[in-house]
Unconditional design. Structure first.
Length: 72
């Protein structure tokens, strides 16, 4: 689970875009979901941070690259 920076001008300042990475037998993909800010903050408060920050940082970097490539 990750949060995208604004990917396009049409993104509303009242929402965030969540990116959820998933694996299937054939490929890995990212599901992008626009979420209102109040719900997004509630969801983020429920997610525990990983103990290994460097792995979390690597995952976040990979997810951001994937989100950026989808936006272009």
């Amino acid at each position: 689970v990750g949060i995208s920076e604004k990917l396009a001008e049409e993104a509303s300042p009242q929402q965030m875009t969540f990116g959820i990475e998933y694996d299937t037998d054939y490929f890995t993909g990212v599901l992008l979901i626009p979420v209102p800010l109040d719900i997004a903050y509630n969801l983020l408060s429920q997610i525990e941070r990983t103990e290994n920050y460097s792995l979390n940082r690597e995952f976040r970097s990979d997810l951001e690259k994937e989100l950026h490539s989808l936006a272009v």
